[in-house]
Ligand binder design. Structure first.
Ligand code: ARG
Ligand code: ZN
Length: 869
């Protein structure tokens, strides 16, 4: 049963005020709701439906009177009230059962704590409500609980009053003055330590900052607090946005379906994105904490103050907020390296989604289960659309547009059209064409051709675009594509850009708005090479007719870091695909070898960037370049190239490994050194001559590191080296970290990266390990996610990997459908597999689809996978 965008109807009623009272208990919690409702139509409708799911209704009153059984029905979707008055107060009393709520949606119990997750439609699992984002109300929430088990009682907004109940009970009342939709509601009850700080806003108000964690995590909150303060200052400086409540709370839990949630004034986070200490967190973890803390904070304006009319607009808050957090991180760290990481992520997750059975527009047209649309397309491609608009307008006009957006729509639930029209009003530019990026699925291809006439000094550039068909969208339209360009001479110097009489500086943005367009640059008497889509100015696939000549040049000389990396990758891809077609070729070829030699000829001043250059494209990304993914050949080719590079550059790599060592610090340069050192070590381990020395160095690094980054790097390389016996390391790591869930997740996942058939049995054994827990999504992902990411084992030619995976998904669906459905999306890769594997994977999909009592979440993913056949 599909919900369709075109069927949107404004709600018949508004909720003027919501008052909730909870008697909290893990087994049975009672919820009393008082809703003041007012009809928005001249005449009240026949009936009004309040959404509700898994609720035991105890009592229902309308304006104080008990509602008779003939006045309402209980349906699958909730409670239908007949003949609602024009204005009335509805009181309901329901029971819910947090301890058995393994879906982790609504109110649930985890680790002795009671907490909520309401986005997207979890609030209906707490009480009967108009559970839709366009229904905003101020909330007053009173929490009662046992003081011993739940000494802290938190909800959104400001704390108004507290008190004691008889016999060891206590209560707290919270009021959130900002009207909000139910998906932003949160409550938390439990025992925590609180790490505190404060922030003074630009207008001089002091905000209390509080991070709530389990006692054992007390020392790991600094990074989160520090990131939060930087995010608050950044949003003031870059967008003029100030925080609006007296306090900002963050609660961390080990049991969470997603990364984090922006509930008003009371964020709830997966511990993975809050905790960081040198002993337990890697450098990447530190960066993730910084960006997710910022992301949830930025939602206070893009999502909360201005919210969504309906769930089809999801990217209005997510795409925009991802763009904002990416820019924040770029300002905190290295902009070039940040952009490379963002594009890498887009290509690893979103491009395959856009090219397969699950392709959908950034604003989908229909859904069965909205949780299935928290996708890379909505988030990451959505962020790219905002970035293209930013690129098109430039920073000042973009800011003026955003100012108009906030001032027009503060306190409202709006659409993507509203967003674009406010940006237009503020910037004075026509942005209507960008609407097509929201409506059209699929990754566009842009073809580039050019010629230069040295005599006349003119260079003409011809660009054309096309977007391949996607499921349900056969015909594609033309998109507005911003192309950031520069022209480089033989020494890599940018040349002045003249088009007609316009002087465009040495870098400019061309707008490709037609199926095909050309531009002529004049005054160029030195041979030039165009550097195109600098900074990845649009989420497209570039096909350049001059690739063979341009890539080696740009891989060495492009002054745009993204573009240089891009061309370096392109060289490696060409090399690998060439080898797969003709495995007798010598590796590495001249071009790649020279490009690597250019990097290694001097000491790495920017080690993080060098690490990006010297990391070969992943097997998955190589697979994306092929019509039919040749799983085994890709693995073999990549390993051969790694070995070949290691042989040629082994001595430099060893010297760098030694020379990059340094004391542990958390600045960008130190992080970059550690990252590059790890890349060096990975090459040294496949250098026949240096291997034994490298193993000894890796073991020493594992044993002596004073931080998780270096320890885990060495550990991962050794454990995933199938020719090395690392059982002693596995034991040691387990013994050392068995009581730290996030690190223990790594113990589970790392061993599943071993590319050998025996890993299947390992996975089966881990599922019955005493520390495995089906109810904790992080732990489940550390086994099933890691398993599906192992090409050799998951894609075993006999289908054993798919069948094993399918059985686990089937089991998980009975426990946590949301996480099951998300993990199951890897089954959408079948169209690109060879006939044998394709048959096996389709068989697993069909088998799963026959499961009785399949969740709506998983059913939708499977049926979309099947529809594409
Ligand atoms: N709004 C959250 C974020 O991106 C994501 C929460 C999604 N949760 C869910 N169950 N769909 O910051
Ligand atoms: Zn978000």
């Amino acid at each position: 049963q599909l919900v369709r965008h075109e069927d949107y109807r404004a709600p018949d009623y508004e909720i003027v005020a919501t008052a909730l009272e909870f008697w909290l208990d893990a087994d049975t919690t009672e919820v009393l709701a008082e809703l003041r409702l007012r009809c928005r139509l001249p005449e009240p409708p026949e009936y009004l439906i309040f959404q509700g799911e898994s609720l035991d209704l105890l009592e229902l009153r309308l304006d104080g009177q008990v509602v008779g059984a003939d006045r309402y029905d209980l349906l699958d979707e909730g409670l239908r009230l007949h003949h609602p008055p024009q204005a009335f107060t509805l009181n309901s009393r329901v029971r819910v059962h947090p301890a058995t709520n393994t879906q982790l949606s609504g109110l649930y119990a985890a680790d002795g704590v009671l907490l909520t997750q309401c986005e997207a439609e979890g609030f209906r699992r707490i009480t009967y409500y108009l559970d839709r984002p366009d229904c905003l109300a101020p909330f007053t929430v009173t929490l009662h609980a046992d003081r011993e088990h739940y000494p802290m009682l938190l909800a959104n907004g400001n704390l108004e009053a507290t008190g004691t109940d008889g016999q060891g009970g206590h209560w707290a009342r919270w009021h959130d003055p900002f009207p909000k939709p139910s998906y932003l509601f949160a409550l938390v009850a439990g025992r925590f330590v609180v790490e505190r700080d404060h922030f003074t806003t630009q207008s001089g108000r002091s905000v209390a900052l509080e991070v709530y964690v389990a006692e054992r995590y007390r020392d790991a909150c600094q990074r989160a607090l520090d990131s939060l303060k930087r995010a608050m200052a950044w949003d003031e400086r870059v967008y003029g946005r100030e925080y609006d409540l007296e306090r900002y709370m963050i609660v961390a839990t080990d049991s969470f379906n997603m990364g984090a949630m922006e509930n008003k004034g009371l964020n709830i986070f997966n511990t993975k994105y809050v905790l960081a200490s040198p002993e337990t967190a890697t450098d990447d973890d530190y960066l993730h904490v910084e960006s997710v803390i910022a992301h949830e904070y930025f939602h206070n304006w893009t999502g909360n103050r201005v919210t969504l009319r309906d769930w089809f607009q999801l990217s209005l808050k997510e795409g925009l907020t991802v763009f904002r957090d990416q820019e924040f991180s770029a300002d905190q760290n290295s902009r070039g390296v940040q952009r490379i990481a963002d594009v890498r992520r887009l290509r690893a997750a979103q491009f395959p989604e856009d090219a397969g059975p699950l392709a959908h527009p950034v604003r989908p047209d229909a859904y069965a289960e909205i949780n299935n649309f928290y996708t890379a397309t909505v988030y990451e491609k959505g962020a790219e659309i905002v970035r293209m608009i930013h690129t098109t307008l430039g920073p000042e006009r973009f800011r003026a547009g955003m100012d108009a957006y906030f001032s027009r729509f503060d306190g409202q639930a709006v659409t993507i059209e509203d967003f674009l029209s406010a940006l237009e009003a503020g910037s004075g530019c026509d942005l209507q064409a960008f609407m097509r990026w929201y409506a059209q699925a699929g990754t566009p291809r842009v073809e580039a051709k050019w010629q230069q006439d040295l005599e006349t000094g003119s260079l003409s550039l011809e660009l054309s675009q096309r977007t391949p068909a996607t499921p349900g969208q056969a015909d594609k339209t033309t998109l507005p594509i911003p192309v950031r360009v520069a022209l480089l001479d033989r020494a890599g110097r940018r040349q002045p850009l003249r088009v007609g009489n316009d002087d465009l500086g040495t870098e400019t943005v061309l707008m490709l708005t037609q199926p095909q367009q050309d531009w002529t640059f004049t005054g160029l008497h030195e041979p030039c090479v165009p550097s195109l889509f600098r900074g990845f100015s649009a989420p497209i696939i570039l096909e350049r007719s001059d690739a063979v000549l341009a890539e080696p040049f740009l891989a060495r000389h492009d002054d745009d870091p993204f573009s240089r990396w891009e061309n370096f990758q392109a060289l490696a891809i060409r090399e690998l695909l060439g080898y797969i077609a003709e495995p007798t070729r010598a590796l590495p070829s001249g071009d790649l070898r020279e490009a690597v030699a250019a990097v290694t000829s001097q000491w790495p001043e920017d080690p993080a960037f060098c690490a990006e250059l010297l990391t070969l494209p992943t097997e998955d990304y190589l697979g994306e370049q092929m019509e039919i993914i040749q799983v085994d050949a890709i693995h073999a080719a990549r390993e051969s190239l790694r070995r070949a590079l290691a042989m040629v550059f082994g001595d430099t790599f060893m010297a760098w490994y030694q020379g990059l060592a340094g004391t542990y610090q958390l600045d960008g340069l130190s992080m970059g050194r550690r990252r590059l050192r790890q890349v060096m070590l990975s090459y040294l381990l496949v250098n026949d001559r240096l291997r034994w020395e490298a193993i000894a160095l890796a073991r020493l690094q594992y044993a002596e590191a004073d931080n998780m980054s270096e320890r885990l790097a060495a550990y991962t390389l050794l454990v995933q080296d199938i020719h090395h016996d690392s059982e002693d390391l596995l034991m040691d790591f387990y013994q050392t970290w068995r009581h730290h869930p996030l690190v223990l997740d790594r113990w589970f996942s790392t061993q599943l990266g071993r590319e050998e058939p025996a890993t299947l049995h390992r996975a089966a054994n881990l599922l019955v390990h005493p520390d495995f827990d089906w109810r904790v999504p992080n732990r489940v992902r550390s086994v099933l996610g890691a398993f599906a990411a192992n090409p050799t084992v998951f894609h075993a030619a006999d289908g054993s990997g798919y069948r094993f995976f399918g059985e686990q998904i089937r089991h998980l669906d009975g426990i946590n459908p949301q996480t099951a459905a998300r993990l199951a999306t890897v089954l959408s890769r079948w169209p690109r597999l060879d006939a044998q594997r394709r048959g096996h994977m389709q068989g697993v999909i069909a088998e799963l689809a026959r499961k009785p009592a399949l969740s709506r979440d998983l059913a939708e993913v499977l049926s979309r996978c099947q529809d594409a056949a």
